[in-house]
Design a protein. Structure first.
Length: 255
């Protein structure tokens, strides 16, 4: 039987294949270029719309914290970060970038100067009160403004961070990350008006006396809390650890 041998493509066939591949690549590149151009035009139109909106509502954006938050959220949803640069279009139109940059510096200053009082644990509401006291009359700053300002500090590296403990928002400027047990102490204190004792840790967390004492001792050594030794009716001394900023914020809330 004669077996037919498959004919290999000649030089002309190879050239045709290369030309076909080149044509397909060229079409793909044109399609990508068209998509990019349409996306650029869409973003330009969106930016123009946001610019018109910002110009029209400039006064309200600068004076109304809730409206300012909604505007920033709208920009971010559209892929435009109003805080990306203090020299960007939003700063030229509104001063939004400058507003948050200045607020971030102010919050950082408050955290650092109050560290001797609170050990680097500052309740968000207390921070907000201090910010408002130092601001010009009529200039309203909200908790969301402070949170956004703190977020803008993230690119500078570890320094001030916002965390949730026991349902409270706390600004933490401690030099080192809290380990597991001190974090649980802080969590319990935040949900107990800012105070906690060894017995609380034993009863609510199931810890041993040794573990509870070690965790509280760490908080005391690091200056995170104040100590109040109270003697009960049986003459037994109970050591309470108070986290001052949390306690003050809790008292302000109930006042």
């Amino acid at each position: 039987a004669v077996v037919a041998m498959r004919r290999k493509p000649g030089l002309a066939g190879l050239i045709r294949n290369q030309e076909q591949q080149s044509a397909i690549s060229a079409v793909g590149e044109r399609l990508e270029a068209d998509k990019f151009e349409k996306a650029r035009e869409h973003l330009q139109s969106l930016r123009s719309t946001l610019t018109e909106f910002a110009t029209k509502h400039r006064s309200r954006i600068n004076s109304d914290p809730q409206f300012r938050k909604s505007f920033c959220d709208m920009c971010i949803a559209a892929g435009v970060d109003p805080l990306a640069s203090s020299k960007g279009i939003w700063d030229e139109l509104l001063g939004v970038g400058r507003f948050y940059n200045e607020l971030a510096v102010q919050v950082l200053h408050i955290c650092l100067t109050s560290r001797d009082e609170n050990g680097g644990i500052l309740d968000l509401n207390e921070c907000l009160l201090r910010v408002r006291k130092s601001r010009a009359a009529g200039e309203v700053v909200s908790a969301e403004d402070v949170e956004r300002a703190v977020d803008s500090l993230a690119h500078l590296g570890p320094g001030v961070s916002l965390r949730s403990y026991g349902g409270r928002r706390l600004l933490c400027s401690v030099p080192e990350e809290l380990s597991s047990d001190p974090s649980k102490v802080l969590e319990l204190a935040a949900s107990s008006a800012g105070k906690v004792c060894e017995n609380d840790l034993i009863q609510q967390l199931g810890w041993s006396w040794q573990r509870a004492g070690t965790a509280l001792g760490h908080c005391v050594r690091e200056g995170l809390c104040w100590v109040d030794d109270t003697e009960d009716e049986n003459g037994r001394v109970e050591r309470w650890c108070w986290f001052p900023s949390i306690a003050l914020a809790a008292m302000d809330k109930t006042a």
